[in-house]
Each structure stands twice: as structure tokens, then as C-alpha cells.
Design a protein around this ligand. Sequence first.
Ligand code: PEP
Length: 254
Amino acid sequence: MRTFLIAGNWKMNAAPGEAKILAEEITGLWKGQTFTSEALLCPPFISIPAVAAAFQGTPFKVGAQNVHTENDGAYTGEISTSMLKDAGCEYVIVGHSERREYFHESDELVARKAKKVIDDRLKAIVCVGEVLSERKEGIHEDVVRRQVDAVLSHLGEDLSDNLVIAYEPVWAIGTGETATPEQAQEMHHFIRELIKGHWGEARSAKVRILYGGSMKPDNAGELLSQPDVDGGLIGGASLKAGSYSEILKISETV
Ligand code: PEP
């Protein structure tokens, strides 16, 4: 049986006070109940300690949305893996399309970040996905192959246990438009085959591939039912305790 990863990305939302309230609302909805999926929330850096404190003694996990590739030093405004671990993080999202677009993160930099995260015993959620014009041109698989290959060629297969890939078609992020379950499955299968090409069948089966792009309670069931969809990376819907919790609940029934 698959263990889904239901990951929320709060982006630049939820200051420490709001984050504490939201985290407590989420845990409050699950008080006295257990679940088998892995539940993760990734607040802005400054809100990580508040969320980690609210999650103490619960199964909910906290992660970060970005990281730097160096250990420490003169990198004004940056955060290292050891700082994230110290603050209680278990996962780090790298290469989100917003970071690729607005902060010009290249495939090479995303790959180096993923390696740093995993080398330092955190888990990396590496985001890949095409923009609308690339899908319209029919080159979406070429784009995703380039992004996935860049990461896999930087990692040894022994690091595969701590790698998660999130397929996020950029045209579906924050737009309300979702990939159809068939489109998601097709790309997730394609990514699984790419991993198999690098590391073989057994390891490819173990790498979780999340879908991201306007996942909501309404569409989560169909998306999570696809054989190669191992969870969700959820933006907007993770900012409401009720909708995040609903998606987590759905993952328990698929
Ligand atoms: C995201 O930013 O990773 C995302 C999937 O956002 P949304 O769910 O709002 O589309």
C-alpha cells in the first residue's frame, strides 16, 4: 500500500502568529484521530518555529520552501540546511516554479540544492513542470525530462530514499485549473520511467511523485486514485485548515 505525502506550501503567507493559529486549527481537527498518510506543512522560514511548536507531540511535520547550498557564511538573506534541521524541519521544497521564474533558479542550481538537502539528511521535494506554451507546443515531456535528469544525474541512487518529485504543471498553479487525472497520470508515469532509466525498477517504485496544481477537496480523490500519484503538493487549499484536512482525509480513503 502506498503512503501518500500530503504537503502544504503556504508560500509567502502566514506570519508567525497566524501560522500558529492555522497549525493549531489543523491539529485540532485531528485530535484523537490517527492517519497513515504523511502530513507536512511548509510555512515561510520565519514561521517555522511557531508551526514546529504547534506540531509537537502530533504526527504533523514541518518543512521549508527553499534553502541555500552552502553551510554558512556571507550569504545575506539565506538559510542553510543545518538551520532548518535545528528549527525542526524534515523536508525542503526545492525548485518550485515560482523560484525558477522569479528568482531565476536554473536546473543546475535546483539539482545542487536537492543534493545538499539530501546529503544533509533532510528530504527534498523537487518541483518540475512545464508552462502552458510548452504544453501547447507538445514539448512538456522534453521539459520535464530535462528538469528530472538534471536532478537525478546529481544524486547517487543511494540518496533516492529521500527524494520526492512534485509534478506541478505551471499552468495549473494558483489558477484554479487542474490537470486532468489522465494528464497527471501520464506525466507521473513518464517521470517514473525516467527514474527507472537512471536507478532501475525497484528504486523508481519507491520515489514518491506528488501532483501539484490547484489540488482541492473536489479533485483530490480522482487525482490520488491514479496509480503513479503518491500525494499532493497543495498551495491555496493548504491555507485553510478545513480544506487541507479534507484532502488529508481523502488520502486515507483512496
Ligand atoms: C503550489 O504552489 O505548489 C501549488 C500547487 O499551488 P496551488 O495549489 O494554489 O495551485
